[in-house]
Design a protein around this ligand. Structure first.
Ligand code: SF4
Length: 232
């Protein structure tokens, strides 16, 4: 795995559960609002000197058997790593629970991980409604892949969430309503505010939504999905 950083402890991902977070490197999307372009753009990744070898991570994990519950594998897009399957398997062999964050682009690996019970929670990004999404992400998108990933996750027997980073001037309430309506059978949705001061594309440096505005999005979401969280 191309591990760029490890956060050794967090309580943020699960109340009452302790997790560590692994940050991978590289992404197959180019969201203009992405706030970690140094781990996404190849020309910036080249400047990273100190990737963390797998054995260092696993040595750390072995010292935490009684102290951590979960390992969160997240940004920038973990499913690009060809050894993700084996990596998750090794974590499960140490009896940790695994949470995977993904942007949906690799449904095959999602299916394989779920079939073999190597993940316990998936958080999938819903970038936006498909009529506008390519302008937002800078890459060509295959809608079938997106729908397949949603289908795999919703029909799995693990917990999951869908989530959207809301960006001013792109995300409007009426379109948001259509987006959540399409997945109204989902268990949980999270709304995230974007960090306007550090974006991959400088044209996205608009102010973030206020808490009051995000609450309006939450209200719309709750019309269709039972559980909705705001993350600032
Ligand atoms: S926001 Fe996420 S999916 Fe988009 S480019 Fe950044 S890391 Fe990739």
């Amino acid at each position: 795995m191309l591990i760029s950083a490890i956060q050794k402890t967090t309580l943020l991902d699960y109340p009452w559960k302790v997790a560590c977070i692994i940050f991978t490197t590289w992404c197959n999307l180019r969201c203009g609002f992405c706030y970690n372009s140094e781990f996404v753009l190849p020309e910036k990744i080249k400047e990273i000197q100190d990737f963390i070898p797998d054995n260092i991570f696993f040595n750390f994990l072995k010292t935490k058997i009684w102290k951590l519950d979960w390992v969160v594998i997240c940004w920038w897009e973990p499913t690009i790593n060809k050894d993700l399957y084996d990596f998750c398997k090794s974590i499960k062999e140490l009896w940790f629970l695994v949470k995977l964050d993904t942007n949906w682009q690799n449904p095959k690996i999602l299916r394989k991980l779920l079939d073999d019970k190597l993940v316990d929670y998936i958080a999938m990004d819903i970038k936006w409604d498909y009529s506008n999404i390519e302008e937002l992400l800078w890459v060509k998108i295959d809608k079938n892949i997106y729908l397949e990933s949603i289908d795999i996750i919703i029909n799995s027997d693990i917990d999951y969430e869908f989530r959207t980073t809301l960006v001013k001037n792109y995300h409007f309430l009426n379109v948001f309503e259509e987006v959540v309506k399409q997945i109204s059978w989902a268990k949980k949705y999270a709304i995230q505010n974007y960090k306007w001061w550090k974006t991959l594309d400088k044209n996205f440096m608009w102010e973030s939504f206020t808490s009051k505005e995000l609450l309006e999005f939450k209200k719309v979401c709750l019309k269709y999905i039972k559980k909705c969280e705001i993350r600032m």
